[in-house]
Design a protein around this ligand. Structure first.
Ligand code: ATP
Ligand code: MG
Length: 449
């Protein structure tokens, strides 16, 4: 899938932008704080309906404007052209239009357009806390499975209520028959087991792809293992190979944080499935294991006043050549592991959806060594539409620059570099960066068409 046109209106530092990107690699270059990442954030909003960086979505609105709109015409091989619009209003309210018609729920956007973002904010997926990894899983799986979103929203509500009851039991102990916990257990399992099943399936599919990409980026010097570390013991369901290196690590007791709405009903576009019968069998077995393990710790839970088992305590382990990346990896290894993960996610979405998503790389070139950078660009070349931000073009090989569309971003404007022929030297590259070539193309302007 490709973005044919992107229109921003009152979004971040863009009062207006009308942008017609190229079909392959698009490089947005410019000084700091000019609006490069903001373009990527706008594209990502169309895929996920959520802001990448803002803690409050009204931060996306240009200065004192009332609202922000991100609109794009998307070309899709499988499902044809579509116009998507996400609007953000003061008070963090959002609205979604698909082909001009307003949808009742923002969640209906999911699955219409897929994009994979990678930037420094993703490094904590590898280096940060388990909650960061769970959040990552939730966002990624949501893109391809609306059912997951539905289950997650319900699970969160049940978990809160169950925790309230457990706190009460801790403060006012009573006999097991009088606790009323069983009803909550059933609901916790009903929504929790399918979440675990999707996470397990997603990571099972993701891990070998990520390893193959990681090996490619490092010319075979490093292997990357990614392991699902569910809090419910699923040893009998996870392949033995996946468990040989698995570490025993208890996830910290913490609240479950998902801002994904519960009212979302499952829709079509559910791409993440192992086949109905198989998924149902696996989910059933997970539910049985979840239930028996919950029963075994019920006294402990009542004593501690919180739910000790379930998706809210899951984790993912990353190992390079057998050593945990979070603890033993160099910065470059941690970055490459996170990048491999994201590129694997790209391939997985491509497999599930049947066409490549758009890829968004935010300022990652300068952090990779020459080999990793070259391998990454080779990987991207001709594979999909991509948007890459950087402060200068020096980190790109000339053959990539000649194949790419390059744009200079200055204070909320995006201007195509004037390049009539191919670039043959570093000096020419520098001229483009300095903007000496001028901008004579009309491909991009800050005005509406
Ligand atoms: P860097 O190279 O440092 O990453 P960048 O070009 O990627 O820079 P962005 O993060 O895209 O920069 O844009 C930052 C600019 O956008 C800053 O000047 C910031 O003040 C401005 N900005 C962010 N949010 C808003 C907003 N809601 N309204 C107006 N301007 C905003
Ligand atoms: Mg930036």
């Amino acid at each position: 899938m490709r973005i044919a046109h992107l229109k921003l209106s009152g979004f971040r530092n863009y009062p207006e932008l009308y942008f017609t990107p190229g079909e392959g690699i698009n490089i947005l270059h410019g000084a700091n704080a000019q609006g490069k990442s903001n373009v990527l954030e706008a594209i990502s909003l169309l895929a996920t309906s959520r802001s990448l960086r803002a803690s409050r979505e009204s931060e996306l609105i240009y200065r004192d404007s009332e609202m922000a709109h991100v609109t794009a015409d998307i070309d899709r091989d499988m499902e044809g052209e579509v116009e998507l619009q996400v609007s953000v209003f003061q008070g963090d309210k959002k609205a979604v239009r698909i082909n001009g018609s307003k949808r009742a729920r923002v969640i209906e956007l999911l699955g219409e357009f897929n994009a994979v973002f990678f930037g420094s904010i993703d490094i904590p997926i590898v280096t940060g806390e388990p909650s960061t990894r769970r959040h990552y899983l939730n966002i990624e799986i949501s893109q391809i499975s609306p059912k997951y979103v539905y289950n997650l929203g319900h699970y969160k509500r049940i978990l809160e209520q169950r925790n309230r009851l457990l706190r009460d039991l801790r403060d006012r102990p009573r006999p097991p028959s009088e606790t009323g916990i069983d009803a909550w257990n059933q609901q916790l399992i009903e929504y929790g087991a399918p979440i675990i099943e999707k996470r397990m399936f997603y990571i099972e599919r993701l891990a070998p792809i990520a390893n193959s990409i990681h090996q490619d980026l490092t010319e075979g010097n490093e292997t990357l293992s990614i392991r699902y570390m569910p809090s419910v013991n699923l040893n009998e369901l996870i392949s033995p190979a996946a468990n040989t290196e698995a570490m025993v690590r208890e996830a910290p007791a913490e609240g479950y944080s998902s801002s994904i709405p519960a009212e979302a009903a499952p829709t079509n576009h559910d791409h993440l499935g192992r086949g109905d019968a198989n998924a149902a069998n696996t989910t059933q077995r997970i539910a049985e294991l979840f239930e028996s393990q919950l029963n075994a710790i019920c006294m402990d839970e009542a004593r501690r006043g919180t739910t000790l088992l379930g998706p809210q305590r899951d984790d993912i382990a990353f190992l390079i050549n057998g050593a945990e990346v979070r603890t033993y990896g160099s910065q470059g290894q941690q970055r490459t592991a996170a990048l491999s993960l994201k590129l694997a996610e790209f391939q997985l979405i491509e497999q599930f959806v049947g066409e490549p998503p758009v890829i968004l790389l935010d300022d990652v070139m300068s952090d990779l060594d020459d080999l990793r950078r070259r391998r990454l660009l080779e990987w991207l070349h001709r594979r999909c539409q991509s948007f890459i931000t950087c402060t200068n073009l020096r980190s790109f090989p000339i053959e990539i620059l000649n194949a790419a569309s390059t744009y200079r971003v200055v204070a909320g404007t995006v201007t195509p570099d004037d390049r009539t022929g191919t670039i043959e030297s570093i000096e020419e590259q520098d001229e483009i960066e300095a903007g000496e070539g001028g901008a004579s193309q009309t491909l991009v302007s800050t005005e509406s068409p």
